[in-house]
Design a protein around this ligand. Structure first.
Ligand code: KG4
Ligand code: ZN
Length: 366
């Protein structure tokens, strides 16, 4: 079974082709055209500019994905596209392209939640061309950390999502990006802060001055808040304006901020492990590329016998279409013929949704 997937929820135009055979998933091709250079001049993603770039790039990106896979449209069983959450002008381009292809090629069209895609990136192999068993032992605890979302999700089975808690204000990735701006680092800020923090850790041996608070760490719920932490960094920088040009100072602030975020993310996840005793813990979304988070989560989960830790391969941590394909093809594989036929109406009716919640989006009554 083969599926073409399309992702345009933010500033990456992406298409991929996935194959699913005997429980194994392989990425036949994955193309990502990044708009980072375009948006860098504005210090953030400009939705209408993103949409224009998607319009320019979507056909070449889909064509390249097909060429690299050495397949023709006849070989494709279904198409999957990101329905949301994301920027509407950006989502519209991918959804329109996917609807057009689904109509022209007469294929079933699946709408996929972007966050669901980040979760299912954990089923992909990071080795090119390698098939990986799509095995996620349940119950599963997913920490979603992207530019727009920070959520703890409990999954008792495939595609069943229970929201345990989420951020009340900024997402973790958003906080990284805003702190980067305060430090005068280029966009996108998350990886820039992480790079300086990691260099500081390596050089200084991971000292912790606890300059910044760990918001909500000791609260009994699973909600997060990163706005106060960001403001604490702002006030600290205002008190030390004379040092802002000093590279070591910037590296230390980056390190202290990263430690505060990681302490909260890992601490809350650990409490959920104790309460729900999941078989699997995963991280998902752009911040899952963070080395410090990956290391600390690996160490923490190792203390819990019977719980394994999985993380997405680096190349599928940030936005891409292979993760949308992974969620899409596994959904398609589990559907009845009737459910697959019902997907054909999406080619005329599908609409993007900016704030799409991660709950049973595609269950069709028998
Ligand atoms: O999932 P993603 O690519 O896009 C959204 O769905 O939002 O996540 C992007 C976010 C950005 O805020 C970016 O700064 C952050 O992920 N990010 C990182 C790292 N790499 C990307 N944050 C911390 N450390 C990183 N290495
Ligand atoms: Zn994302």
């Amino acid at each position: 079974m083969k599926l073409l997937s399309i992702e345009t929820s933010c500033d990456e135009t992406a298409a991929a082709i996935l194959e699913y055979e005997n429980g194994y998933l392989s990425v036949l091709s994955s193309v990502v055209s990044s708009q980072v250079a375009l948006h860098a001049a504005y210090g953030g993603v400009v939705p209408n500019l993103a949409a224009r770039e998607h319009v320019r790039n979507i056909i070449p990106v889909v064509e390249e994905a097909l060429q690299l896979s050495k397949l023709t449209p006849n070989d494709i069983d279904a198409i999957g596209v990101t329905k949301g959450p994301g920027l509407i002008p950006a989502l519209l381009v991918g959804v329109s392209a996917a609807k057009t292809l689904a109509l022209a090629w007469s294929k079933p069209l699946l709408d996929i939640n972007h966050l669901e895609g980040h979760i299912y990136a954990n089923c992909l192999s990071g080795t090119k061309g390698e098939a990986k068993e799509a095995n996620l032992p349940f119950p599963l605890l997913a920490l979603i950390v992207s530019g727009g979302h920070t959520q703890l999700i409990l999954m008792r089975d495939h595609f069943q999502y229970e929201l345990l808690g989420e951020t009340e204000d900024d997402a973790a990735g958003e906080a990284f990006d805003k702190v980067a701006k305060m430090l005068g680092l280029p966009y996108p800020g998350g990886p820039e802060v992480a790079k300086r923090a990691d260099a500081f850790r390596t050089k200084e041996g991971n000292p912790k001055a606890h300059l910044f608070p760990r918001p909500k760490l000791t609260n009994k719920d699973y909600d997060f808040s990163f706005s106060g932490l960001k403001t604490a960094v702002l006030y600290f920088l205002k008190e030390h304006t004379e040092q802002i040009a000093d590279e070591t100072f910037v590296a230390q602030v980056s390190h202290e901020f990263q430690e505060a975020v990681v302490d909260v993310l890992v601490g809350k996840t650990e409490r959920a492990i104790q309460e729900f005793q999941p078989k699997t813990v995963i991280i998902a979304g752009g911040v899952s590329a963070n080395k410090c988070l990956r290391e600390r989560m690996t160490e923490t989960v190792a203390h819990y016998e019977g719980t394994i830790f999985m993380m997405p391969p680096f190349e599928y941590s940030l936005d891409n279409a292979a993760m949308i394909g992974a969620a899409g093809i596994l959904r398609f594989a589990k559907m009845s013929e009737r459910e697959r036929e019902a997907l054909r109406s999406n080619a005329t009716t599908l609409e993007p949704t900016a704030h799409l919640p991660l709950i049973h989006p595609q269950i069709i009554p028998q």
